[in-house]
Design a protein around this ligand. Structure first.
Ligand code: PGA
Length: 254
């Protein structure tokens, strides 16, 4: 059975104290209310990671992740953060390839492939994001775009390393817009992604890969999305900034 995951992406929100206080609430509610096997991940800005990883020790159901990592090991890259630094905070996951990084920081599939390698080398698990823009969907090329992102971004890995990944399908037109993909639209793409993984790595690897949906996921639409056979949870932006909403989404597996 593959892991069910709800991951929060705080993006560039919350100062240090605000982050600690939100996270403490999340851990408390998760410990009190989540009875299933699902994992809750919080991907915070770098400044919170070390403290959150310590607080997360009080829960077996909560893990911590970063939102980016540099591709190089170390060196003269002023302002950047390495995978080794992230690992040293106690974080376990790193979001890579988020559409905001692709769009605003010109991250290409080729660059992301290097980031994936560096992150895996430091025993961190990438949450690798893919997804088409509205223009690409309307142009009917969304399957091609997703296939290219996954092929160029992660299909260079051997099966053992690929098994460390979580994949997140996030249609760009659904991120932060309040427009969610319908459960049928999301399932169609998730099934496509899983079949591409099966073609490359075989059915067993495909069946054990967690594929998350992201884009305006909220406590009202999560149950229907998570009820689809190939949707294994969510990557949550806006709603992860409210402890109640975030944990309510994570409970929609119960
Ligand atoms: P959203 O963001 O839930 O606010 O749409 C999702 C994401 O960008 O990961």
């Amino acid at each position: 059975m593959r892991k069910k995951i709800v991951a929060g992406n705080w993006k560039m929100n919350l100062d240090y104290e605000e982050g600690l206080s939100l996270f403490s609430e999340v851990v408390n509610i998760v410990n009190d209310e989540i009875t299933g096997q699902q994992l809750v991940i919080v991907c915070s800005p770098f400044i919170h990671l070390y403290s959150l990883a310590r607080l997360a020790k009080s829960s077996t159901k909560v893990s911590i992740g970063a939102q980016n990592a540099h591709q190089a090991e170390s060196g003269a890259y002023t302002g950047e953060i390495s995978a080794k630094m992230i690992k040293s905070t106690g974080a376990e996951y790193v979001i890579l390839g988020h559409s905001e990084r692709r769009q605003y920081f010109s991250e290409t599939n080729e660059l992301l492939a290097k980031k994936v390698d560096t992150v895996l080398k430091h025993a961190l698990k990438p949450i690798f994001c893919i997804g088409e823009t509205l223009e690409e969907r309307e142009g009917g090329i969304h399957f091609d775009v997703i296939k290219k992102q996954i092929t160029e971004g992660v299909f260079h890995l051997d099966a053992e390393h690929f098994a460390q990944l979580v994949i997140a399908y996030e249609p760009v037109w659904a991120i932060g817009t309040g427009v969610t993909a319908s459960s049928a639209q999301a399932q169609e793409i998730h099934l496509f992604i899983r079949s591409e993984i099966a073609a490359k790595y075989g059915k067993d690897v495909a069946d054990s890969t967690t594929i998350l949906y992201g884009g305006s996921c909220n406590p009202k639409n999560a149950r229907e999305l998570f009820g689809q056979p190939d949707i294994d949870g969510g990557l949550i932006g806006g709603a992860s900034l409210k402890s109640r909403d975030f944990v309510d989404i994570a409970k929609e597996f119960n």
